[in-house]
Design a protein around this ligand. Structure first.
Ligand code: SAM
Length: 245
């Protein structure tokens, strides 16, 4: 996958894209980044990327021409047009389904706003607007990194163990089951017995039940979308009886 990033703060990406899972994905050739400093495409001597808003009001607005010039440059360099994604608190809120869908694209370009945002005419050139949640950050760089991480986890070969994403929270609209590692007892708190049993079926069933229990207790909103099997229905009944006891 190719990912272009348009930003006036390219340095923000150095460490997050140069460590751990993303670093390995780059080394394996699974993802390639082209980070473009929008400022390089401002034509005046001061490299101006922002200006006062028409109609007055506080703050500055990012100018459209340098961004448009950067988009043209990227397309010329790569010989094709990416799917342009604008990071904005006004976009559709990111979820795992969206990340999985975007992971199937071969070339995307993330546009990071700053100040009061970008001149509205940018919407004419973008394919999708994405928000990472109902709060406002100072720039689109961190949202872009969140989106990149969420997307890359869906690209085969990026995660060490190809199974790990299958059991992750939100798969099947369930939270993940509780996880434990050594020591077996910590400050009197013991690892649940089924996990020590060595019995794969018992472990599977316990994990399924605890995943359902967690979801009921922590994210009951997800249960509406969860499609239980017959076994799940029995587990749900057991959990409800245990809760009501
Ligand atoms: N004035 C804008 C508004 O009310 O919609 C917000 C501008 S914000 C201070 C600056 C930039 O940060 C935005 O252009 C966007 O790129 C990014 N940003 C802020 N919050 C975001 C969020 N929740 N999701 C995605 N991007 C966000």
């Amino acid at each position: 996958m190719e990912i272009g990033i348009l930003t006036i703060f390219p340095g923000i990406f150095d460490s997050p894209l140069g460590e751990s899972i993303i670093k390995r994905a780059r080394q394996k050739g699974l993802v390639d980044f082209t980070i473009i400093n929008i400022r390089d495409f401002a034509k005046d001597i001061h490299k101006t990327c922002d200006d006062a808003p028409y109609g007055g009001g506080p703050g500055m607005v990012m100018k459209i021409e340098p961004i448009y010039n950067a988009m043209e440059y990227l397309e010329k360099e790569k010989g094709r047009r990416p799917k342009y994604i604008l990071l904005t608190p006004q976009g559709r809120i990111l979820n795992d389904e969206m990340a999985a869908r975007l992971a199937r694209q071969s070339f995307i370009c993330l546009i990071c706003g700053r100040y009061e945002g970008i001149d509205e005419r940018i919407l004419h050139f973008v394919d999708e607007e994405v928000s990472i949640g109902d709060y406002v950050l100072s720039g689109g760089e961190f949202p872009a990194l969140v989106l990149i991480d969420a997307i890359l986890r869906h690209i085969p070969g990026v995660l060490g163990n190809s199974e790990s994403i299958k059991e992750e929270s939100l798969n099947e609209n369930l939270l993940e089951y509780p996880q434990y590692t050594r020591p077996q007892v910590f400050m009197g708190m013991e690892v649940p017995a089924p996990l020590l049993s060595g019995n794969h079926e018992e472990i599977r069933k316990w994990r399924r039940k605890e995943a359902i229990r967690k979801t009921i207790l922590k994210r009951p909103d997800l249960m509406g979308q969860f499609k239980p099997t017959e076994e799940d229905l029995i587990l749900i009944r057991e959990i409800m009886e245990e809760i009501l006891e």
